[in-house]
Ligand binder design. Structure first.
Ligand code: C5P
Length: 415
């Protein structure tokens, strides 16, 4: 079953409360619908001071629920029916007031009543002024909700609409929608569901940056998308995932532990650390810079001559180094080739002592690096006696799920 089929059977109530971040909720409806979810919107009175129900009606394709004691609305879909309809109640933005009311069991408006009446998981995305977020009563109420099983989406830090700077911004709609999506992937019957249950996975992703001087560096075009998609797919398959990420502009997939690194040396150190803390599967998607500057200048290099010589030395091969360790995990490498795919991929499989290698043809313009799609051929080490598997062009997340299946199948042959 693909993810759109799973999501199209899921109902989400998006509850919008009174805060300036309510404008982001309009985009959130769009993103949730992009993922295939059914969305119904509930608004508090405060929310309606910031944005109109009509906006949400148009975006969600459903009438908006605003009142508890409204006989017309109750005759349509009453609050109890609405509470039963939901597979997830997402309160975004969640104001200080709503947090306090839910924490103390009030039931005098539609949202607070819905909160009490639903059996569905409840997620809240608090959004407020940084001082209000830090207030003892807010933190106390949040711990009550947490203890009651509510999932709290940590607010972002940054400039706020009121002019303050600090914690309290609602995360971007794309980030929240992605987390909701990942949650349903994990809890529903995807083909890879449970395939990596109990496994600890470490994934390297993105480029590395090798400093030349305090302001310049050598790097490459990798966006990290494939590694992040794999992190999401491994988590959805039940694994505990550590994502060792070079400098990329991607948000951390839900449930994944992220370690940010800059250089190949940092990436190797974090990879060794992951191995020491326990790692069953190591997936190397990172485009590690092959060389680094031998002698990094401590001051900015001045443009004096017409040419500049930089002495480069080879970086350690991270995946090969991990593969040589005594407590060696199942090793997955990637190869980007422009020709002789099979020969080169098999060469790397043997030389780097990998168990599996996923190879893509980077001469194709429609896939690879910055693209959202990929296409691959997967090869396995001889001992698995598994034939090569071709994965036709598909979104990177679908490719990632297929790779998870291949990993699980290879592990199964050795069980
Ligand atoms: O040798 P090449 O760079 O083509 O190999 C690609 C594979 O090796 C990828 O899985 C990549 O993440 C990994 N690699 C690494 N450390 C390096 C170079 C490549 O882990 N220094």
């Amino acid at each position: 079953m693909n993810y759109l089929e799973i999501n199209s059977s899921k109902n989400i109530i998006l509850a919008v409360t009174g805060g300036i971040a309510a404008y982001k909720s309009a985009i959130l409806v769009r993103r949730l619908k992009d993922y295939g979810f059914h969305v119904r919107v509930v608004m508090t009175q405060g929310a309606q001071a910031f944005i109109t129900p009509l906006t949400f009606q148009a975006l969600s394709g459903n009438s908006v629920h605003t009142a508890l004691l409204d006989s017309d609305a109750e005759a349509g879909m009453g609050h109890i029916e609405l509470a039963r309809w939901a597979d997830l109640v997402l309160v975004a933005p969640a104001s200080c007031n709503t947090i306090a009311r839910c924490a103390h069991g009030l039931a005098d408006d539609l949202l607070s009543t819905l909160y009490l009446a639903t059996k569905a998981p409840v997620w809240i995305a608090p959004a407020m002024n940084q001082q209000m977020w830090a207030a003892k009563s807010t933190q106390r109420n949040l711990s009550i909700l947490k203890a009651d099983g509510v999932h709290i989406i940590t607010p972002d830090s940054g400039a706020q609409a009121c002019g303050d700077v600090g914690l309290g911004r609602m995360p971007e709609p794309e980030v929240i929608a992605e987390q909701v999506h990942a949650y349903f992937q994990q809890t529903q019957n995807t083909t890879s569901l449970g395939m990596l249950a109990g496994k600890r996975v470490a994934i390297t992703a993105g480029p590395t940056r090798e400093a030349i001087d305090p302001v310049r560096y050598i790097s490459n075009q990798s966006t990290g998308k494939m590694g992040f998609a794999l992190a999401e797919a491994c988590y959805a398959a039940g694994a505990e995932v550590t994502l060792i990420a070079g400098p990329v502009c991607l948000s951390t997939p839900y449930g994944v532990k992220r370690k940010n690194v800059v250089s190949a040396a940092d990436m190797l150190a974090q990879s060794m650390d992951a191995l020491e803390t326990g790692c069953d599967i190591f997936i190397a998607t990172a485009a590690v810079a092959d060389y680094r500057v031998d002698d990094i200048a401590t001051q900015k290099i001045k443009k004096i001559g017409d040419t500049l010589d930089l002495e480069l030395v080879k970086n350690p091969d991270i995946v090969a180094t991990i593969a040589e360790q005594a407590q060696r995990p199942f090793m997955v490498g990637f190869a980007a080739e422009t020709q002789h795919l099979e020969d080169y991929a098999n060469g790397k499989l043997v030389n780097k002592k990998l168990d599996m290698i996923a190879c893509n043809d980077v001469s194709r313009k429609d896939i690879g690096f910055a693209s959202d799609d990929n296409a691959m051929v997967v090869f396995f080490a001889k001992k698995y006696a598994m034939p090569a598997r071709t994965l036709e062009k598909a979104p990177k997340l679908e490719i990632a799920h297929a790779l998870v299946e291949s990993i699980a199948q290879a592990l199964q042959t050795q069980a």
